[in-house]
Design a protein around this ligand. Structure first.
Ligand code: DQA
Length: 150
């Protein structure tokens, strides 16, 4: 199985930015942790991060052409604005996508409560910190196994 772990704007600043909200573990440490957990599960993970909406759309499309098995997506601030990212997720259906947020977006500012990409995702995981990515990976693995049995 091969998954894309795609992070949006300012996720490269995790560990530096708003530590009280996002914690102190930095982006590279989060990636290393996901990579380690992926290896334990015999899953291949490819990491991408961009501060640019169109580049995120490009990589979602590329995941389809690269025949990836799923996407773990933290669209960051584009969560709350991007119909383009939602459309990209819908365009590559049924390739499964799970949305992850480090913070609990539902207990923060009202403008963070709504997610466009979530409308095209299997589920949204929020507020578990970096562990949310691991939970998303486990859910994607289970989803892919289930799909292979159908
Ligand atoms: C975030 C939540 C978003 O509202 C915010 O814009 C981010 C990070 C999270 O992981 O908690 O940049 O996606």
């Amino acid at each position: 199985m091969k998954f894309l772990v795609l992070n949006g704007p300012n996720i490269n600043m995790i560990g530096i930015r708003e530590k009280a909200i996002y914690g102190t573990m930095d982006y590279l440490a989060i990636i290393a942790m996901i990579e380690k957990e992926a290896q334990k599960r015999h899953v291949e993970v490819v990491f991408k991060q961009s501060n640019h909406e169109g580049e995120l759309v490009d990589w979602i499309q590329q995941a389809y052409f690269d025949r990836m098995d799923g996407i773990i997506l933290n669209p960051a601030a584009y969560t709350h604005t991007s119909i383009a990212i939602l459309d990209a997720i819908k365009a590559i259906a049924p390739l499964p996508c799970i949305e992850v947020h480090l913070s609990d977006i539902h207990s923060r500012d009202a403008f963070r409560h709504h997610s466009y990409p979530a409308l095209g995702c299997l589920e949204q995981i929020a507020g578990l910190g970096p562990q949310g990515y691991i939970l998303a990976m486990d859910h994607l693995i289970a989803h892919c196994h289930q799909k292979n049995q159908d």
